[in-house]
Write a protein that binds this ligand. Structure first.
Ligand code: IPM
Ligand code: MG
Length: 380
């Protein structure tokens, strides 16, 4: 009995290994990012998601309609609503991203996506993880700024590998043990490292922190750090330094040193965890935007989840759209419309910092998401 289980597990491991080797080979063939400056037509897919998703995405969509009115009018930009990426639908079809929805998504150039619920346990994969993999959105880029404290960080989180790639493909011997797998590839690391160093170069940043736990995860994180340094050698003007994730988590809350960090390069899971910490320092996970960038497509989303507890309490309408609006700003920059992105950023600053006539608290004592949206539209 046990021997059979061991043999089945070993066979599963062999399959995973072969699949990951094939993926690494595909990646070697090229990672590029698309330049939208001269694009004739840009299709923006708008995905509501679950929980508070549709509520916050509605406001972001209004912003896009307003800022892109001319382009939509001339047909250069199209907003395409993508329905069906809901938990009910995903559970009903047993697919993390139902095939029809995925096909509609693949027809878009960029996506604005609300949060989607991931059930704990079971085998249904997170829709985010599936989309990141299916669209090969390898760079998760998350900026965090607190100007009055001298904080101007940008995180380049590897978005397709690590624990996430195989997190729903683990092995279990019931009553005995469970084992998950983590994978780091050469090509996968090189492309995210290059994205981070290129960003630093273009934006005049001189400090880049490579964050791993290579003292413990010797193979995977060891490789990540080694390749990051190989890439660093091509960028002599940038000072690249290794940090372990635990001490980096402490550094981010240390006011004496955190201001010196600029660009962070990290494997997937550490990037997930530390960007929530960083967002909290900025004012809450509801305030940070997130870009998932790949060679041909890019997806922009809120950094937070679908807030099922807020929906249960009947407070969904009071959700804060700040994070999805930050993502909208990043989307506009990505499609080479920096002026429109700046207009949104300035209006947001006015609405959330300087004037603050309509204040969101996330609860009944604050303004509704819609009321904040109206206020923002007025200031745009
Ligand atoms: C994020 C989220 C996702 C992740 C979840 C929703 C799968 O926490 O984008 O940081 O873990 O990557
Ligand atoms: Mg996260």
């Amino acid at each position: 009995m046990m021997e059979e289980k061991i043999a089945a597990a070993a066979a599963q491991f062999e399959t995973l290994l072969r699949q990951q080797l094939a993926r690494q080979e595909r990646m070697e063939k090229g990672a590029f990012t698309r330049d939208f400056a001269g694009a004739e037509k840009i299709v923006i897919g708008v995905i509501g998601g679950d929980g508070i998703g549709p509520i916050i995405v509605k406001e972001a969509r209004r912003v896009l309609e307003k800022l892109l009115a001319d382009e939509i009018g001339s047909g250069r930009v199209a907003l395409k609503d993508i329905e069906g990426l809901t938990l009910e639908n995903r559970l009903a079809t047993g697919e993390a991203v139902p095939a029809e929805v995925l096909a509609a998504i693949k027809d878009c150039d960029v996506l604005l996506k609300g949060p989607t619920t991931t059930p704990k346990g079971g085998t249904l994969e997170s829709a985010n993880v599936t989309l990141r993999r299916e669209l090969d959105l390898y760079a998760n880029v998350r900026p965090v700024t607190v100007p009055e404290e001298g904080i101007d960080w940008i995180f380049f989180r590897e978005n397709t590998e690590g624990e996430y790639a195989l997190g729903s493909r683990g092995i279990e011997i019931p009553g005995k043990l469970s084992m998950d797998f983590k994978v780091t590839t050469d090509a996968g690391t090189r492309r995210i490292a290059r994205a981070a160093f290129d960003y630093a170069r273009v934006n005049g940043k001189t400090e880049l922190a490579i964050v791993t736990k290579a003292n413990i995860m010797k193979k995977t994180d060891g490789m990540f750090s080694r390749i990051a340094h190989e890439v660093a050698a091509e960028y002599p003007e940038i000072h690249a330094e290794d940090w372990y994730i635990d001490i980096m988590a402490a550094n981010l809350v240390n006011p004496d040193i955190r201001g010196r960090f600029q660009v962070f390069l990290l494997p997937n899971l550490y990037g997930d965890i530390i960007t929530d910490e960083a967002a909290q320092i900025q004012g809450g996970v509801g305030t940070a935007g997130s870009a998932n960038i790949g060679g041909s497509c890019a997806m922009f989303e809120a950094i937070h989840g679908s807030a099922p507890r807020k929906i249960e309490r009947g407070e969904g309408d009071y959700a804060n759209p700040a994070s999805i609006l930050k993502a909208t700003e990043m989307l506009l920059r990505h499609i080479a419309m920096p002026d429109k992105a700046d207009r949104l950023a300035q209006a947001m600053k006015l609405c959330t910092e300087t004037e603050r006539r309509v204040v969101i608290t996330g609860h009944r004592d604050g303004a509704t998401c819609r009321a904040f949206g109206d206020y923002l539209m007025e200031k745009l």
